[in-house]
Design a protein around this ligand. Sequence first.
Ligand code: DX5
Ligand code: ZN
Length: 219
Amino acid sequence: MNKIIAPSILSANFAKLGDEVRSVLDAGADWIHFDVMDNHYVPNLTIGPMVCKSLREFGIKDFIDVHLMVEPVDGLVKMFANAGADLISFHPNATANVSETINKIKDLGCQAGIAINPGEEVTVAEQYLEDIDLVLLMSVNPGFGGQKFIDAVLAKISYMRNLIDKIPNEVRLEVDGGINPENISVVSEAGADTFVLGSAIFNTDDYSNTISALRSNIS
Ligand code: DX5
Ligand code: ZN
């Protein structure tokens, strides 16, 4: 499977978000990772469907990968599908019925992902593996950008890679949190194919150089 680099706009300059998104895509990013936090499921508060819709209206046509760190989930699924999301991931313990949420995402024409926190077992992702498009393994505790990668997640990445390789349907394995040009190769070798990076891209001056360096470290 091709390797996807998905900058998290959590670390972008929100005062000029449209330009930031365009720059990072022009610099070679594949997807835009859109972190939604509700000050309930996680202590931070970020952006909602209106911002996603604004990016579409601004002319962004690339893949938008929405990561919902919210509770409850279902109401926002519909709003994000209408706002132009391509994929919607959610944390299974934030919804009453996991399979209903997956079906809702798919019925609205989006791809579905299940997110697993560093301290959680992958059991739920395993259980629904044939129904989803992506497993999102968090390598920091969700809520804030710029945290340190939790090395214990590497074993979980390898474990999940093995499971995914055994099933007939295509499922992406995305890793989110604390990735940088130094550790991305280890994350890739463990089995990830989709890489979320916030601070390691947006805190640099030249997105193009940074993304080239990241890509050469995973090729
Ligand atoms: C954390 C978010 C991540 C995070 C990634 O809750 O889901 O997407 O912002 O940022 P960095 O790469 O700075 O860890
Ligand atoms: Zn995220």
